[in-house]
Design a protein around this ligand. Structure first.
Ligand code: CUA
Length: 147
């Protein structure tokens, strides 16, 4: 049984290692851009969080997740829009989750997390922090407005 445990551990470490190094699936993947956390709020594009059109029904949402709110607080796009989120944090680890979609990002201080999602149905989507980030974690939320 000891060998069973040892072999299972080796397989687990191999799978983790292959995913991290060969498949590039790790927290820093896609985070080639980094900013010093204390400079996030003074570094473009995060000095002007907001919704920026980048094409036909295509928007970039530049977002700052900080204790304990999101900027912008209510990003608004037309229905059918493809949204490229670019999110970072100036303080601690936060999350961005939009229930009912597969938007679920971990936001590391100073790292730029990117995710693309197409909002087909109009409505007000809850956007919340799903990483425990401090005493205000449970009130850290915003809404994504799809018109
Ligand atoms: Cu931010 Cu929890």
């Amino acid at each position: 049984w000891l060998w069973f445990g040892v072999i299972t551990l080796i397989i687990f470490l191999l799978v983790t290692g292959i995913m991290a190094f060969a498949m590039n699936l790790h927290p820093a993947a896609g985070h080639e851009r980094t900013v010093a956390p204390e400079q996030v709020l003074s570094t473009a594009p995060f000095d002007k969080p907001g919704v920026y059109p980048v094409g036909d029904k295509e928007y970039q949402v530049v977002m700052v997740a900080q204790a304990f709110n999101f900027l912008p607080a209510a990003p608004t796009v037309p229905a059918g829009s493809t949204v490229h989120f670019r999110v970072t944090s100036p303080d601690v680890i936060h999350g961005v989750a939009i229930p009912g979609t597969n938007v679920n990002m971990m936001v590391l201080p100073g790292h730029v997390t990117e995710f693309t999602y197409t909002f087909k149905k109009p409505g007000e989507y809850l956007l919340l922090c799903n990483e425990y980030c401090g005493i205000g974690h449970q009130v850290m939320m915003a809404k994504m407005v799809v018109q």
